[in-house]
Write a protein that binds this ligand. Structure first.
Ligand code: GUN
Length: 286
């Protein structure tokens, strides 16, 4: 058996096109969605991410404000900028690209962003809202996985009642992912580096979501015949090529559906960030 491919690039384009239409309608009502993007330092990967986020804004029709600060920026200077942006009526969303230089405390920075402008969904208020089932911004990568499951395979994947194993317990992916799958009424297990016999734990899953950060960690021995496998990993293989946490060639022989890397979860993160920006503008103009 060969798995169906869940095409994140196509689904992400579909979401961005939907947002483009809504953005044009908002513009007619005099509302312009504005995202402020802050990058501290010159990390090349972060520069690429920030460029892609700005490009997505341009495509959809948002205004983006760019703050590219030197690596020598102090925490106080960064917090002052965030405070200014929090107060500005013409800014809907604020994104501070991570990681930050070592002399800046990421937690303090996240806490400084107004929860109403926290389009990354990293602020404890938004994480708490997700935890107790209230409205708030949801972290973009796990929100993107939910969209892949809902829109992939022509909408035929049923989440409710399914056994879902998430591998990884990070604050940005694993934990919010577990809460989102619970919200969709899945039966959720979170496996991690201390889980005993992880292959067998995964083998009972109807849906596996891998967010471990280890190239090819999920082999066919982890996967039940016909299971849906979502690969959140972005790793560099020994050959220098991008690869996921899932050994794609062998797992796709067993799985019912699978996301590729690249072209799976990756493009969804930006699409969901763009969705959060529009939500922030609606909240702000309500
Ligand atoms: N660095 C890597 N991923 C992300 C993300 O989703 N948001 C921000 N702000 N920084 C990141």
């Amino acid at each position: 058996m060969s798995a169906q491919i869940i095409d994140g690039k196509a689904i992400s384009s579909q979401i961005k096109d939907e947002l483009k239409i809504k953005t044009a309608e908002l513009k007619e009502k005099g509302i312009e969605v504005t995202l402020a993007v802050i990058l501290v330092g010159e990390d090349p990967a972060s520069q690429v991410y920030v460029r892609n986020k700005k490009k997505a804004c341009e495509y959809i029709g948002y205004r983006s404000l760019s703050y590219e600060l030197p690596v020598s920026t102090t925490q106080e200077e960064l917090l002052n900028l965030i405070s200014d942006l929090n107060a500005r009526d013409d800014v809907d969303g604020i994104l501070v690209q991570m990681p930050l230089p070592d002399h800046i405390n990421e937690k303090d920075v996240i806490n400084a962003i107004s929860p109403a402008k926290d389009v990354d969904g990293f602020h404890p208020m938004n994480v708490g809202a997700l935890c107790i089932g209230e409205e708030g911004f949801v972290s973009c990568t796990p929100a993107g996985v939910i969209q892949l499951l809902k829109r992939g395979c022509e909408g035929t994947i049923d989440i409710a009642g399914k056994e879902c194993v998430i591998i990884g317990r990070s604050n940005i992916v694993g934990k919010p992912m577990a809460l989102l799958m619970l919200r969709e009424n899945a039966t959720v297990t979170v496996a991690h580096s201390r889980t005993k016999d992880i292959a067998n734990v995964c083998k009972r899953a109807d849906i596996i979501i891998a967010a471990v950060g280890k190239a090819g960690f999920v082999t066919k021995d982890f996967v039940k015949e016909g299971a849906v496998v979502i690969d959140v990993g972005i790793n560099r293989g020994a050959d220098g090529k991008l690869c996921g946490d899932v050994a794609f060639d062998e797992v796709s022989q067993v799985a019912g559906a699978i996301t590729p890397v690249p072209g799976g979860v990756g493009p969804m993160t930006i699409a969901m960030l763009m969705n959060n920006c529009l939500e922030a503008a609606l909240l702000h103009n309500n």
